[in-house]
Design a protein around this ligand. Structure first.
Ligand code: B12
Length: 251
């Protein structure tokens, strides 16, 4: 048997910032299917049929390096294998967090349970249901302690654990800082026009879905440290974090 306390303690030792626990049953209505050409989301049981519980591991992306996206040179990218989120890009946060999550999965396996790590499920609603934060107007999950700078992965396991209480549904109040600050106007409350997000534009250099005004802003605002990397736009997170910090709500 594994207890929630043991999961919390092992996660802490591994350097996972937070872990939320929920059941496969509570995640049965997660959205699935393709999100433009970014990812093809799957249901929990599709990813791992013997799932009883799902641990959502959150990692506080404490350094801007976690927002760097690197890809292979163009000639290597064609036909390159896709990662869990359906992209051929390399991101430090996913390497760091998934390694920690696999160690947590290993702990469950050592205790006789099956466990796998996946980012193929819809992680934002899963994190809200696992009690890790509320859905913000920037469409990101905002953790009450760490703000929007948390990234997620999931451990799907056959262990039966007590589910945590889901987070409250709302938390932004009247604040519209993220919507006002987005340079391309990609955001409406709780909604994003993906094609107008600068990160989508930066990831999809050839996409005809990206309008000219967005492409111009992408060229102007997105920094490219090397030929094959860029730093994601973080404006909708920065303004939120700064506001929460000023109000003493986050670290
Ligand atoms: C596709 C994708 C993208 C696309 C599209 C973004 C998007 N919002 O969908 C692009 C490339 C643009 C992108 C950008 C970013 N992404 Co992204 N992305 C994903 C991915 C792979 C799927 C997201 C998805 O399901 N989209 C589907 C659409 C329909 O979802 P949506 O627009 O958010 O709408 C849903 C919710 O808003 C919800 N909803 C609406 N109203 C309400 C109200 C309440 C109360 C609740 C609970 C829910 C809710 O219902 C909608 C339908 O499900 C996930 C990883 C994963 N496996 O889940 C990461 C993920 C969502 N991305 C993440 C991050 C960090 C980012 C960026 C900040 C990266 C960056 N610095 O640029 C930006 C943020 C842009 C933004 N404001 O959303 C994190 C979010 C962490 C967090 N704290 O929430 C995730 C979970 C990756 C991870 N492993 O941690 N991303």
């Amino acid at each position: 048997m594994v207890t929630n306390q043991e999961i919390a303690s092992v996660s802490k030792t591994l350097g996972i910032t937070l872990v939320g626990i929920t059941s496969a049953d509570r995640l049965k209505d997660l959205p699935t299917g393709s999100v433009l050409d970014v990812v093809n989301l799957q249901g929990v049981l599709e990813v791992f049929p013997s799932t009883m519980s799902v641990l959502i591991a959150a990692y506080r992306t404490w350094d801007p390096i976690f927002n760097v996206v690197a890809s292979g040179p163009r000639w290597l990218r064609e036909g390159a294998p896709l990662d869990d989120e359906g992209s051929e890009f390399y991101q430090l946060y996913s390497q760091v967090l998934d390694a920690k999550a696999w160690a947590l999965a290993h702990y469950l396996q050592m205790n006789g349970f099956e466990a796998v790590v996946s980012r193929r499920i819809s992680l934002k609603p899963a994190a809200v249901i696992a009690g890790l934060g509320f859905c913000g107007k920037n469409t990101l999950v905002i953790n009450p302690e760490h703000g929007p700078y948390v990234r997620f992965t999931a451990v799907l396991t056959s262990a039966r654990l007590d589910p945590d209480e889901p987070s409250a549904k709302a938390g932004c109040g009247e604040c519209t800082r993220c919507i006002d600050a987005c340079p391309t106007g990609a955001l409406k409350p709780y909604e994003i026009d993906i094609r107008r997000c600068l990160t989508y534009a930066a990831e999809n250099q050839e996409s005809p879905l990206v309008e000219e005004d967005v492409r111009d802003l992408e060229k102007k605002l997105i920094k490219r440290p090397t030929l094959n990397s860029f730093i994601e736009c973080t404006i909708c997170q920065d303004v939120c974090q700064a506001h929460l910090h000023t109000h003493g709500e986050t670290r």
